[in-house]
Write a protein that binds this ligand. Sequence first.
Ligand code: ZN
Length: 416
Amino acid sequence: MAIEVTRTYVGSIQNHRQVRDGLDSLGDSASKIWNVARWTADRIWDVIGEIPDEGVLKSYMKNQSCWKDLNAQSSQKVIEELSDAFQSWFDLRQKDSKANPPGYRKQGDTRPKSTVTFKADGFKHDPKNNRVRLSKGSNLKEHFSDFLLCEYQTRPDVDLSEVNSVQNVRAVWNGDEWELHFVCKVTLETNESAGDDVAGIDLGITNLATVAFPDEYVLYPGNSLKQDKHYFTQAEYDTEGENGPSSKSMWARRKLVDRETHFFHVLTESIITECVERGVGTLAVSWPEDVRESDWGTTGNKKLHSWAFDRITQYLAYKGEMRGVEVLKKNEWDTSKTCSNCGDTTKSNRVERGLYVCSSCELVGNADCNGAENMRQKITPSPHGEDRSNGCVAQPSTYLFDRESGMFRTREQVVS
Ligand SMILES: [Zn+2]
């Protein structure tokens, strides 16, 4: 079966030195349009007592001189972003009366480099030669046919000449340099479901992923990630100069991002392959919202982990889609508290040194496995471990990432 999906591919700009100034002024203009629109919204708000909607704001903004700094569609996109920001603020205010409305884009006396989106008539893509032409607004053009020609490179396994269509292109400042994001429509040949069996995943801090397959529990520690982070953070620290980060520390930073991306790809690829080989057609992923604040404090940075979990879930979903494994993301608050063996949720059940101890049925097992098993049972017809022996909760297998081969290695029956 063929399905059409949206994918975003990142391209690094090869002629950055030539196009940087041009992109800087476009990014600055996008911030300026945002600020003028934000100010305009305030004035209208004062007069009519409510925030103008997108259409009203666009028609006001079209008469402002800064509107023509960007291609008209790019300017419109900035207003759409501002309207979305106001909408999120309305939604947030229902829960939190102290929530702040969207602010101005300012960094001291200057403006940050905002993302600039180029829609249909704002870019011309030449995938054969890895080039894309980005249009400027008439205010920034030196002559009629003035534009920015970016040469880019994508990941080796991505070929943009094979995608059905590029919907839009975004120029994004990543903190060090500009990069291009290609939002594409892609047709995928999907496989029939990999099978009727189900599995559950618990994402966590000690074990990045714990998978409850029908016949086995597998732990995927984030060992390699931690070592990388330590090494590269050290390298950055050692080379941080008086005039900001040195080129060596920039290299270390980029290297870390590359290695993380590789690790997440290999991890999710490995999990999906295990699912296919075991006839698992449905995979439930827990969103670890019930991690206690105190755990974050001692073992990890909450923002970094949320980002990692988000990434793992996204990769699983799109790799699963192609290979017949449906990935369900579930927000569950009680998966770590419930006993996967008897379903007991009493408070006397506890987690000690990574072990879940049930006071009702006397189950003692790996806490992450217990969480993953609970996820599996959310979507399995036979509840509370009736379809399996519980020995495996106590004796999971650990698949370690092997830095030399860049793959996960099976290590049999490691008792945790
Ligand atoms: Zn129990």
